[in-house]
Design a protein around this ligand. Structure first.
Ligand code: PRX
Length: 664
């Protein structure tokens, strides 16, 4: 973004008459329901972003104090401030303001793992009471405004309630997906010095139950900042409660009342931290702040799902990921929607479970990931056809590129050719959906995320740092202008934020993805251009997995690549060099041990599907591992590697070719 556009936005360069008529139109900004309106609103948002966001924020939320300026932005410092001077509490917008008109409306439907267990319908009034009480429990146990609270819970109502309770009192939630290992949990707790951990005795996942509390106990052996663990009873297993540290939530709730004044928050006060993998180093704690995140998640939810008052909306993600934060909790509740939370997995008790739930609750908007679609498409179609899916209006996809076959299956079998698919591209860092069709507005095209939302200015850059103009082009996907829900920093490491997102290209945000823009200007995301691999929709950095493998005593060095997988999208293959003493070991046992190590350091999602023991890795003379070469060989394109003479040891390529069967 250049200085010129900055000036344009601040001095409102549109002529006053035109601005007046645009402002009239802007009354309807919030709900875009025709292509003509999209085009107009997009234009307004580009011409005068300050005015655009000013109007959205002004008309659709409750504020304790309005802002003095809409946007302040310093590209050199990678510092952005939205709605400076404003004061608010996001829970007043997500809960309190609905109480008068929607008090008895269901805010959250909770569907348990076991279909025979009773579902819960939590009304906005009940949600208010439960959030206030939980907020009082946090306070009673010493949590204060600004403190970080780690939430490590399964998909039970307390997970949503805990995030909102933190927001109520101005504590910063850091939700860690409850599939992560003890060591991944403790490193996230330590990175942001969390004061409290909220967990449960255990969790149900399909036919299994998992002992979460003991994972927390193990993690807390090395987390000096935590002085309290709040434990939800879910599976009624026997757990060890450490005296002076661990308390049961249900007992604490008996001792507090159900009103808790909403803390006055500044627009840029941190709302939450959420960790995401980077291509190198430890996970990055992405910091999201209050006002901008609220405005953008609410606005994007409303438009992307075209939510109508009595609809039932279901996003199958886990609240441990950004999708769950923005589009199970905040976006829907800010719009007074009914949002469904599902505790279980798509395959339990059988592969018809998702469709059973759609029928049971008459779900209108259904939002899931390509990996789930692919897994379900492989099953007998009777699992789908048994159920009445006629309530569905909009289908969503998120997390990775959706391949054409999966898109078509979803469109035909689930949407019965009448539900638009919104292929939503965005990231933990962006806070909300950035590029996506608006259903019934934007004509869809399989595998294309199509067009940016109003307020979002994508660009494609070439390797020399120039913006690529025109259509039918491809390049590295960047965003030229700030948007309200962008992450503000990496917790405790602003330099890393700057280096990762604002140094590849001058003054623009670099997403790490490659994309193409077709002849009409539609975007298609082609995948990561860095060392992040997306496995079943989960971002995994190569470095932490390699670090975990290298901790095995028999391993000298390793490198990870992703290879195409029918269900997961990508699966992981590891190339491992053994130390001398490892050479004589049984390779099957070694592979198992390596995978166990990965599961314990990171989590089972990062396990390798294939492990190749090799004598060396293709490296450049400067020591950089050429993963591209391993990827080419693995995908059967070993004859298209090109010149390998710059490698330190070109002969290693032949060895890898011999050892690796292409994963076709
Ligand atoms: O590579 C893109 C891919 O997922 C990355 C972001 O991952 P994460 O931060 O975990 O957030 C996932 C949920 C928002 C992106 O950089 N990605 C996400 N959605 C899509 C996608 N790739 C293609 N198409 C999408 N719809």
């Amino acid at each position: 973004m250049n200085q010129e556009s900055q000036q344009n936005s601040s001095k409102h360069s549109v002529n006053p008459e035109k601005l007046k008529s645009l402002k009239e139109l802007s009354k309807e900004y919030y709900n875009i329901d025709s292509l003509a309106k999209y085009i107009d609103v997009y234009r307004i948002s580009q011409t005068d972003p300050d005015d655009f966001w000013n109007t959205i924020a002004d008309r659709n939320f409750v504020w304790k104090r309005k802002w003095d300026s809409v946007l302040k932005w310093s590209p050199e410092k990678a510092e952005v401030t939205w709605f400076e001077g404003a004061q608010l509490n996001i829970t007043e917008n997500a809960i309190d303001r609905h109480l008068k008109t929607r008090g008895n409306k269901t805010a959250i439907i909770w569907e348990p793992n076991n279909p025979d267990e009773e579902a819960l319908y939590i009304s906005y009034s009940e949600l208010s009471e439960r959030v206030n009480k939980m907020a009082n429990v946090l306070k009673k146990n010493g949590v204060q405004k600004g403190d970080r609270v780690c939430i490590y819970l399964p998909m039970i109502p307390e997970l949503a309630i805990a995030t909102l309770a933190c927001a109520r009192i101005g504590a910063v939630h850091s939700v860690v997906f409850a599939g992560f290992s003890a060591s991944a949990l403790s490193s996230r707790i330590n990175d942001s010095n969390c004061r409290m951990v909220i967990t449960s005795d255990g969790s149900y996942r399909g036919s299994k139950s998992i002992d979460l509390k003991s994972i927390v106990d193990e993690a807390l052996e090395s987390t000096p900042s935590v002085d309290c663990v709040l434990v939800v009873k879910r599976i009624f297993s026997k757990v060890e409660m450490r005296k002076g540290r661990d308390v049961w939530l249900h007992e604490e709730l008996k001792q507090v009342n159900d009103t808790c004044e909403a803390e006055v928050m500044n627009a840029e006060d941190t709302l939450f931290i959420l960790y995401t993998s980077g291509s190198t180093g430890t996970p990055k704690g992405m910091v999201h702040t209050t006002a901008g995140y609220m405005v953008y998640t609410a606005f994007s939810f409303k438009n992307i799902f075209q939510y109508k008052e009595d609809d039932v909306y279901w996003c199958t993600a886990d609240i441990g990921w950004i999708t769950g934060h923005s589009y199970i909790v905040y976006g829907p509740l800010l719009n007074g929607a009914t949002t469904l939370m599902f505790e279980g997995v798509p395959s339990y008790p059988d592969y018809g479970r998702f469709w059973n739930i759609v029928e049971k609750y008459n779900v209108n908007q259904f939002y899931t990931a390509p990996t789930a679609i692919r897994a379900l498409a492989k099953q007998d179609i009777e699992f789908v056809n048994t159920y009445d899916l006629s309530s569905l209006k909009v289908l969503g996809s998120v997390g990775e590129p959706i391949n054409e076959e999966a898109w078509n299956w979803y469109y035909e079998n689930i949407g019965k050719r009448k539900c638009p698919i919104v292929d939503t591209w965005w990231q933990t860092e962006t806070g909300g959906i950035m590029i996506s069709p608006i259903p019934f507005v934007t004509p869809t095209k399989p595998t294309y995320a199509t067009l940016p939302l109003p307020g979002i200015q994508p660009s494609l850059m070439d390797d020399s740092g120039n913006e690529i103009q025109g259509n039918s082009v491809s390049g590295k996907l960047c965003i030229k202008y700030p948007w309200p829900s962008m992450a503000r920093t990496v917790y405790g490491n602003h330099q890393r934020y700057k280096d990762t997102y604002f140094s590849a290209f001058k003054d623009v945000y670099f997403t790490g993805d490659g994309a193409l823009r077709d002849e009409v200007g539609y975007y298609r995301i082609t995948g990561r251009v860095d060392d992040v691999i997306i496995v079943s929709g989960h971002n995994l950095g190569t470095a932490p997995i390699e670090d975990a493998i290298n901790e095995h005593p028999a391993v000298a060095e390793s490198a990870i690549i992703g290879f195409p997988h029918q269900v997961k999208g990508n699966a992981l293959a590891g190339f491992v060099i053994l130390k001398n003493e490892g050479e004589s070991r049984n390779k099957e046992n070694l592979s198992k041990e390596i995978n166990q190590l990965i599961a314990s350091k990171i989590g089972p999602i990062a396990k390798l599907d294939r492990i190749h023991f090799v004598s060396g890795l293709p490296k450049t003379r400067s020591g950089k591992i050429m993963r591209r070469i391993m990827r080419k060989i693995s995908s059967g394109e070993g004859n298209q590697i090109g010149d390998v003479s710059t490698l330190l040891d070109p002969s290693i390529v032949e060895e890898i070719k011999e050892k690796v069967q292409p994963f076709l």
